[in-house]
Ligand binder design. Structure first.
Ligand code: PLP
Length: 353
């Protein structure tokens, strides 16, 4: 490792640091570690791991789906879902900036020969039913076969209403398409909407649900859906190298998170709103890009050079994410009220008030 890498590692691992880069930086707490160390395990590739089996059953009941499979990551779970719904020569439709298009290496095209048709999201992050209908191709040999609509909620932290999700889904289902929901932060959405997780999950045939973001596990994502699709997804998981052995250690963390860390996501949303209001109150940031919060995220644009801004915030113990010019600040389980106070003070000092 270079010395700058070592510096970065030391910085990120300093418990006094307020790390706002992402909710993926959360570390398992003692109760989660205890659940992990006590978990009964077996070889899950043989289907022998009782903790993975218990997690999958628990999740199907929570989300109202037939079957679930535990994956190492959200990218792999989304990919297995897309490859299970679509064949070579098919097409999926999704939002231009949705994660499956913008940040997952076009895996469905690379590995599955699946075309990706993008449509621009509405200001609320949803996909308009008319735009979906217009994107679906007629049955004509010139075109790929439109097979799947991929939705996302939350999208860049923003909650899409249940009605907008239902309308998008209906536009696809009316024309015979299946629907996949990238619900990496599904519980942030359901907590903010005040609805049952199963109600949002019902807008899609398959749902991918990340456990290693605000829910705080070290790794893992659940894919849920109908038996036949999940059967194919398990095959894809193996092909993609995602068959795990004594993964009950991770499933125990996931079970703990589903039982203890869902309702507390509202605390992250509240702290994001508090931080956003503080930044507005002290007049920090570029007035051309107003500061705002969406669930657990705050979007803030520094008035001057954002690299210098980031560096001096790091000197004050606050790590900011890499986006530019607007920086995404993510509140999560490892930022409590005391750390939030320190973050607000650091912004006040930095922005000269
Ligand atoms: C909306 C969304 N979907 C999927 C993923 C992929 O998850 P993973 O990092 O576990 O591959 C992410 C990761 O940040 C995400 O934000």
């Amino acid at each position: 490792m270079t010395s700058s890498t070592l510096d970065r590692v030391a910085l990120a691992n300093n418990p006094a640091i307020c790390d706002l880069r992402s909710d993926t930086v959360t570390r398992p707490d003692q109760a989660m570690r205890d659940a992990m160390s006590n978990a009964p395990v077996g070889d899950d590739v043989y289907g022998d791991d009782p903790t993975v089996a218990a997690l999958e059953t628990f999740a199907t009941e929570m989300l109202g789906k037939q079957e679930a499979a535990f994956f190492p990551s959200g990218t792999q779970s989304n990919l297995a879902a897309m490859l299970s719904h679509c064949q070579r020569g098919d097409e999926l439709i999704t939002g231009t900036e949705y994660h499956v298009k913008s940040s997952e290496g076009a895996g469905a095209s690379v590995l599955g020969g699946v075309a990706i048709h993008t449509i621009a999201a509405e200001p609320d992050g949803s996909l308009a039913p008319d735009a979906i209908s217009a994107a679906i191709k007629p049955d004509d040999a010139h075109h790929p076969v439109s097979r799947l609509l991929c939705l996302e909620n939350t999208h860049k932290g923003a909650v899409i209403s249940l009605a907008a999700m239902q309308a998008a889904s209906a536009a696809a289902r009316d024309k015979g398409l299946a629907v996949h929901l990238d619900g990496a932060r599904l519980f942030n959405a359901t907590q903010a909407l005040g609805i049952e997780p199963a109600a949002l999950a019902a807008t899609a045939d398959t749902v991918s649900l990340c456990l290693s973001k605000g829910l705080g596990t070290p790794a893992g994502t659940l894919l849920l859906g109908p038996k036949d699709v999940l059967h194919r997804a398990r095959r894809w998981r193996k092909i993609l190298g995602g068959g795990m052995r004594q993964s009950g250690i991770l499933a125990a963390a996931a079970m703990h998170a589903l039982q203890h860390n869902v309702s507390r996501l509202s605390d992250d949303h509240q702290r994001a709103a508090t931080l956003s209001q503080h930044l507005i109150d002290i007049g920090a940031g570029d007035p051309a890009h107003p500061t705002r919060s969406e669930t657990c995220m705050v979007f803030f644009t520094p008035a001057g050079d954002h690299m210098a801004f980031r560096a001096s915030m790091a000197e004050q113990g606050v790590l900011l994410g890499g986006n530019s010019p607007t920086i995404r600040l993510v509140l999560h389980k490892d930022i409590d009220d005391a750390k939030l106070d320190r973050i607000c003070s650091a912004f006040s000092a930095q922005c000269g008030t």
